[in-house]
Design a protein around this ligand. Structure first.
Ligand code: FPP
Length: 243
């Protein structure tokens, strides 16, 4: 399959693990386990096609309210993934990053995560950005707080606060906005994900549940994206004229 346009940044809301398991009469955690295989497949494909940044919504701030057993299981999966796969990700020149309230994660996961980030910091092949304990609104409030502090210290003045300045105080300061946001399981919501960054992001919603979303399904999303015309508020004629 030849893609005429490759998105630089793809963000994914990996939804439907619980429903996938329920359909098979299994506990929800079984769905998360199979969802891990989709994470592997998607990372591999993204690297192969030349995507520069892949952001995965692995755990939202709101997910802390799930049953303790499920939260523990998800943390265990994350720990396992970081311990087992970092070497391979490193070999593939993938840089690991994390966004969200990382300080809320269990201490031992924070340690492994920081080690993985440090080890892969100089890699240039692709950024794998994990959203962990992440909330878009909390990220925006945090940026406002940091900006207020900078103003108070006299390092910034209110008239310098533009959209561009604001974006520099987000977790994603040095990465481009997502070109494509994929959500599996058919729900038509942003669920507090990258609210500032997704202003002009193309949305792709598929009914496929996350554990079934593998290379073929990812390629279909990329193919769909490559057919889109992105206008950023302009007219189609303006865009074609420019092209
Ligand atoms: C949503 O499905 C999925 C999650 C809340 C967790 C996603 C985590 C993984 C796929 C594994 C860990 C990932 C990494 C990168 C280590 P759901 O439980 O909300 O499904 P439902 O809506 O059908 O209940």
């Amino acid at each position: 399959m030849v893609l005429s346009k490759i998105p630089a940044h793809v963000a994914i809301i990996m939804d439907g693990n619980g429903r996938w398991a329920k359909k098979r009469g299994k506990p929800r955690i079984y769905g998360h386990q199979q969802g891990m295989e989709s994470v592997r497949a998607v990372v591999e494909t993204a690297r192969k096609v030349g995507i520069k940044v892949l952001t995965l919504y692995a755990f939202s701030k709101e997910n802390w309210a799930r049953p303790l057993e499920e939260v523990k299981f998800l943390m265990g999966l994350l720990e396992h993934y970081l311990q087992k796969e970092v070497e391979e990700l490193h070999q593939k020149d993938i840089q690991i990053r994390a966004i969200g309230e990382i300080e809320r994660l269990p201490e031992r996961i924070q340690v492994i995560l920081h080690q993985a980030i440090k080890k892969t910091a100089a890699n240039k092949g692709m950024i794998l950005n994990l959203a962990l304990s992440y909330s878009g609104r909390a990220e925006i409030a945090r940026a406002a707080r940091l900006i207020a502090e900078a103003c108070k210290r006299g390092q910034l003045s209110p008239d310098q606060i533009t959209e561009q300045t604001f974006a520099r105080y987000l977790y994603t300061a040095d990465i481009p906005d997502p070109d494509l946001l994929i959500r599996t399981s058919g729900e038509k919501r942003l669920s507090n994900f990258l609210l500032f960054q997704c202003a002009y992001t193309e949305l792709y919603i598929t009914p496929i549940l996350w554990p079934d979303f593998r290379e073929k399904e990812f390629m279909a999303a990329l193919e769909d994206f490559s057919r889109r015309e992105r206008r950023f508020g302009k007219t189609s004629e303006q865009i074609k004229g420019k092209a």
